[in-house]
Write a protein that binds this ligand. Sequence first.
Ligand SMILES: Cc1cc2nc3c(=O)[nH]c(=O)nc-3n(C[C@H](O)[C@H](O)[C@H](O)COP(=O)(O)OP(=O)(O)OC[C@H]3O[C@@H](n4cnc5c(N)ncnc54)[C@H](O)[C@@H]3O)c2cc1C
Length: 385
Amino acid sequence: MRMLEVLIVGGGVTGAAAAYALARRGRRVLLLEQFAIGHARGSSHGLSRLIGFAYPQRYYTQLAIAARQAWLDLEADTGQRLLIKTGVLDIGATSVPSLHACAVNLAAAGVPFEQLSAAELRARFPQLAITDQTIGLYQPDGGMLPASRCVATLIEQARRYGATIAVGVRVDRIMPDGSGVRVDAAGATYRAQRMVMAAGSYTPVLLRSLGISFPLLVTREQVAFFLARDRVLSKAGYLPVIVDHSDGREPSLICFPDLGEGVKAERHGVGPLVHDPYEPPPPPDPAENERIARRLEQTLPGFASRLVRAETCRYTHTPDGDFLIDRHPEYGQIAIAVPCAGHGFKFAPLIGEILADLAVQGTTPYDIAPFRLDRLRKQKAVALA
Ligand SMILES: Cc1cc2nc3c(=O)[nH]c(=O)nc-3n(C[C@H](O)[C@H](O)[C@H](O)COP(=O)(O)OP(=O)(O)OC[C@H]3O[C@@H](n4cnc5c(N)ncnc54)[C@H](O)[C@@H]3O)c2cc1C
């Protein structure tokens, strides 16, 4: 049995980014993915993910700035264009406190942005239904990431740097073994000095195999694609990515410009619980398509003219909504990342670097204090909605 330097479990965007970061540093890496790269039973598939900077917590704004640079570095390394710069516009009622906190953080971090009044929003984005009580935060450097293509690019580049990527190999058991790990997967046993667990919604199952249980909850979220009455106004260049926080009481609506399949829209974090991640996802719920369409029509009248298709994807929630990125408290040779509650994609290449730091050096220069495992031991599981 060959001793590997680092074994990574999971070939979603987080595991792919960790494989890329580690292989680029010259480490001997094996990544095991139970399905195919780009499969639809996790969180990383699909046409698009938002990359923006507006967060009420300063640490996410700062990480998002560093993550954007990491995507640009990946573009330079691969010669591929990944970041589609459409701008991101957060809108909501002037009474929503988190929008004001976002504006303070954007200004403090030096992120280019404009705070727009209702009149300015109407003039700049005539597609939007804007009440007199609405404000907007427009971030010109934000945009979209083509999700499945980003994962494929990270995997391909990790391979170029020497990583081995094995698909269709499910890890059944993880056993700490001295200062390393032993892993049983698809009838074979692997030994590695270090392990990175990037298993998304399957993390609770894997943690159980280590005899640990943390309060993580998984939900199934739905996105739907619609053709607008006037397709020109729904294209990138005319329409930024919109995050409508509304009055702050109902779930946010996120909509993406039409890249050819229609405008993509989703209600953030409203999906039902997934009790067993191995249960095949049921087909998208037509009632949720209607709820998304109604909400989209309120924000962008005429944009939900025709439903094209819908798909589902998973959120993994910690009780406080913050990511989980840390070394295992008892087995420091295992680094874990669950950056999943509906906004982790944009950070992936940076989280890959952090995981590489944790796996190789045991520490990282990035501030991961809000993401430590210890805090979860004291908390109870709650879903976002
Ligand atoms: C509807 C939706 C919209 C989103 N929108 C945004 C957005 O606009 N912006 C943004 O930044 N983020 C967004 N996100 C969040 C983002 O997509 C996730 O944070 C990210 O994809 C998580 O990736 P991951 O690699 O950690 O998990 P996953 O993609 O779930 O990958 C985990 C992988 O591990 C594999 N695995 C698990 N267990 C095993 C095992 N035992 N053996 C082998 N392999 C295993 C799984 O098969 C899977 O491929 C959204 C998520 C969803 C669902």
